[in-house]
Design a protein around this ligand. Structure first.
Ligand code: DGL
Length: 276
């Protein structure tokens, strides 16, 4: 495990600046690796004037296979460091959200901290009593946040949680459209597909990059939901409500950073290229 720093709460830069000086600060977006880049891409689309600072912890990915005891201090240390530079933080990672979002919000009640959770709400409305597959990491699926979601929708849908660590690994490697990905998905999903599927939820920010392969496996007519657009919308709303939207007339810059710098060209390809 690399990069564990002190994770004590810091004074976020936002709280040190006077009103009027905060709007131009960057928005920090973080994930275990490349997954959050799909969220960053959507934030750029919805909020083009914002300065954006991305951090991917590729040196420690996948998060979903590590223990909570290992992950919480690690993620908190990254989040606290980013908050020394940013006006808001997006946990573009379902796993990190499940583990530390509440703690971070309690530490920094005045800073917009946006998280992600599996987008079950639209998926359960595709028809009456649908069978919905939720693909996510092991950590996301075993945390209390997901148990609460399951409970909420138990009466209106049959929800099938499926842990899919192989997708995370292959997306990190750039193998999101590979034959290896297709055979992995086929093996993972075939037993569930034979029972019928009405919708699929991508409960991990790495998975939208493999959406083509997932759709090919489950069938092109099955709706697939992710939280990407909703997360950017929620950020937009929270910044607006806090008076923190950047009024700059020009397009904001994007800074990509990683705990594994050799991954940065891959980050850039996924963000600016046709990584989907
Ligand atoms: N992208 C992350 C998520 O949304 C974590 C994937 C991982 O590192 O296991 O859950």
């Amino acid at each position: 495990m690399e990069n564990i720093e002190k994770n004590a709460p810091v004074m976020p830069l936002m709280e040190q600046k006077a009103a009027g000086e905060r709007e131009g600060l960057p928005i920090a977006v973080m994930d275990s690796g490349v997954g959050g880049l799909c969220v960053l891409r959507e934030i750029r689309r919805q909020l083009p004037r914002e300065e954006l600072l991305y951090f991917g912890d590729s040196a420690n990915a996948p998060y979903g296979e590590r223990s909570k005891e290992e992950l919480c201090p690690l993620i908190l240390s990254h989040a606290e460091r980013l908050l020394t530079e940013a006006k808001a933080l997006v946990l573009a990672c379902n796993t990190a959200t499940a583990l530390v979002a509440e703690e971070l919000r309690a530490r920094h009640p005045d800073v917009p901290i946006i998280g992600m959770e599996p987008a079950l709400k639209p998926a359960v409305s595709v028809k009456e009593d649908p069978r919905v597959l939720v693909l996510a990491t092991e950590v996301t699926l075993r945390e209390g946040k997901f148990a609460a979601l399951l409970k909420k929708y138990a009466k209106v849908a049959h929800v099938v949680p499926i842990c899919a660590p192989g997708i995370v690994r292959m997306v990190e490697e750039g193998a999101q459209s590979s034959p290896r990905m297709r055979s992995y998905l086929q093996e993972l999903l075939a037993p569930h597909l034979s029972k019928g599927v009405d919708a699929v939820v991508l409960g991990c920010s790495h998975f939208p990059f493999a959406k083509g392969a997932i759709s090919h496996t489950v069938g092109g007519d099955i709706p697939i939901f992710d939280g990407v657009e909703g997360t950017a919308r929620q950020l937009n709303r929270r910044l607006g409500a806090a008076g923190l939207l950047n009024p700059s007339p020009t397009r904001g810059a994007v800074r990509l950073t990683s705990s594994l710098p050799r991954m940065l060209p891959h980050y850039a390809r996924l963000l600016f290229g046709d990584g989907y």
